[in-house]
Write a new protein. Structure first.
Length: 258
């Protein structure tokens, strides 16, 4: 599959998806969203990897949406653009495999919203992250107003969105936006190390952990707890080979073979 704005590479069980529009700091537009959607719909590719790492080419992860292209939008065009972005980012969030954002540089506006749709974020110590839409008389349009408070709490989310100033990677780490910091030259390497560790775990357990967390956030604590107990019990059915292999390997003091 040929892409103009994306690059994809496989390293064993790990996939690396790079947004490749460095001359525009990897800014998001309809064409980029279309290519992202096509990639994410390629079931054969997705099923051939156990973890996906998303990063950007050049000095930016994604610097935001293409503001120049938005200048002449009508209300309907703006609504449609918002919906396109949300659909694509939901595709990322809903992938069964873990997704790591390797934030190599600026992650602003839609770029941070892309990172928020991933499961874990690793950031360069020199990266800057933020949702600056308020400075343009706008609001985040790709679910940023919903994903960020679920990650860091309402107060921290409104602090970031209402000031619109952006924060350093260290501040983002303290707020819980980012899970790990890395030297600028090692962001991808450290992200891949994390991906390799995850890829060595039970694929089914990883899938269920992601499902429980994502769906549980939308349920009451009681209903989410019942869902967890149901899935935990289901893992003890006879056909659940990964559970059997994991326990056998532990008792036999060997590495499991998933």
């Amino acid at each position: 599959m040929h892409f103009n704005y994306l690059k994809f590479e496989k390293r064993g069980k790990i996939g690396i998806l790079t947004l490749n529009r460095p001359e525009a700091l990897n800014a998001l537009n309809k064409d980029v969203f279309k290519e992202l959607s096509c990639f994410l719909e390629d079931r054969e590719t997705i099923q051939s990897i156990r973890v996906l790492v998303v990063t950007g080419e050049g000095k930016a992860f994604v610097a935001g949406a293409d503001i120049k292209a938005m200048q002449e939008y009508s209300p309907q065009m703006a609504y449609d653009f918002s919906e396109i972005g949300k659909v694509v980012f939901d595709q990322i969030a809903n992938l069964e495999i873990p997704v790591i954002a390797a934030i190599n540089g600026f992650a602003l506006g839609g770029g941070l919203e892309l990172a928020l749709s991933c499961d874990i974020r690793v950031a360069s110590e020199k990266a800057r992250l933020g949702l600056p839409e308020v400075n343009l008389g706008l609001i985040p349009g790709f679910n940023g107003t919903q994903r960020l408070p679920r990650l860091v709490g309402a107060g921290n989310a409104m602090y970031l969105m209402m000031l619109g100033e952006g924060v350093t990677a260290a501040e983002a780490y303290q707020l819980g936006v980012v899970q790990k910091l890395a030297p600028p030259e090692s962001v991808l390497e450290i992200s891949l190390e994390l991906a390799e560790k995850m890829a060595s775990k039970s694929p089914n357990a990883l899938r269920l952990i992601k499902l429980m967390v994502r769906e549980g956030l939308e349920l009451s604590s009681e209903d989410a707890g019942k869902m967890e107990s149901k899935e935990f019990g289901r893992l003890f059915k006879e056909d659940q080979k990964e559970r059997k292999e994991g326990i056998d390997a532990f008792l036999e003091k060997r590495k499991p073979n998933w």
